[in-house]
Design a binder for this molecule. Structure first.
Ligand SMILES: CC(=O)Oc1ccc2c(C)cc(=O)oc2c1
Length: 280
């Protein structure tokens, strides 16, 4: 059962927010959807799933990325889930990089997080099924995200290469098993067995990928990003991609930081990148 929270016309299309009770996270979840002009049951459109970063909700991308005009022109719907389960009954910590607002797109195995923090199942299975049931969309899907959400987008595409046409990321946490944000989150959600961590690490997953499962990937990274060397490490993914012949392009952008100013500067390029594969 979807509850409509807000509706606004934008770029000739519609931005809408919904809440629903999730069977994956066992709590009420919010998501936002942009439907381009002309989307209808007779004219279904493909979908770009956007995964946001630490501290974000379904609102940050929709309000700050400036994606609507290009998505409207290209006829792409955009779906943005929240970044974690939330609510009084959901475990939380007084920190920006773990628990509420920081689900890391994994299925937690460790108590007390394993009841609610199943963002992997939510994003990969429950949300697309819900979107395809209630909105005029095709089953063609692409995925993108920022920072923690960039990790989520690349990791989910690598684990489900047949489900997505393409994957892109802005400033992704490219090797979470080897950076402070990832080690903290994976220890808390997944425990200390590092073989379990590897199942959610883009570098490890790309290393295991079969050529028949390769899909086009684009990563944009600002060289003035304060988190680049300690947390993000996109060059580690490039090293694996080069060794494997994986079709990943990393574009370093001079002077850009970790913010939505960067995302809004290159979101049109990412939409155009996905469009070629969503419409092939
Ligand atoms: C709206 C916004 O600025 O979002 C934002 C800021 C900082 C971060 C950091 C440091 C990490 C991340 O994963 O996401 C993120 C998002």
């Amino acid at each position: 059962m979807l509850e409509n929270i807000s509706t606004a016309k934008v770029a000739g299309g519609w931005h809408k927010q919904y809440s629903h009770t999730s069977s994956s996270t066992h709590c009420s979840m919010h998501f936002a959807v942009f439907l381009p002009p002309g989307a209808s049951e007779k004219n279904k459109v493909p979908v770009l799933y956007w995964l946001s970063g630490l501290t974000c909700t379904d609102e940050n991308f929709m309000q700050k990325a400036g994606a609507f005009k290009k998505a409207a022109e290209l006829g792409i719907a955009i779906v943005a889930p929240d970044t974690s389960p939330r609510g009084e009954n959901v475990p939380n910590e007084d920190s920006y990089d773990f628990a509420q607002g920081a689900g890391f797109y994994v299925n937690a195995t460790q108590a007390p997080y394993n009841t609610h923090f199943n963002m992997y199942d939510y994003v990969v299975k429950e949300l697309p099924a819900l979107i395809e049931q209630h909105f005029p969309v095709t089953t063609k899907k692409a995925i993108s995200g920022h920072s923690m959400g960039g990790h989520g987008a690349l990791m989910i595409a690598l684990k489900n290469p047949k489900a997505y046409t393409s994957a892109t990321a802005f400033s992704p946490i490219a090797n979470p098993i080897d950076c402070p944000w990832g080690v903290k989150a994976f220890t808390g959600y997944l425990g200390t067995d590092k073989s379990v961590w590897a199942e959610y690490d883009s570098c490890e997953l790309m290393q295991q990928a079969k050529q028949a499962d390769y899909l086009p990937m684009l990563v944009s990274q600002g060289d003035a990003d304060n988190f680049l060397d300690e947390q993000l490490k996109p060059q580690k993914l490039v090293t694996v991609a080069t060794q494997k012949g994986y079709p990943l392009t990393l574009e370093m952008q001079a002077g850009y930081d970790h913010s939505y100013y960067f995302i809004s500067s290159f979101i049109d390029q990412h939409l155009l990148f996905h469009h070629q594969f969503l419409t092939a």
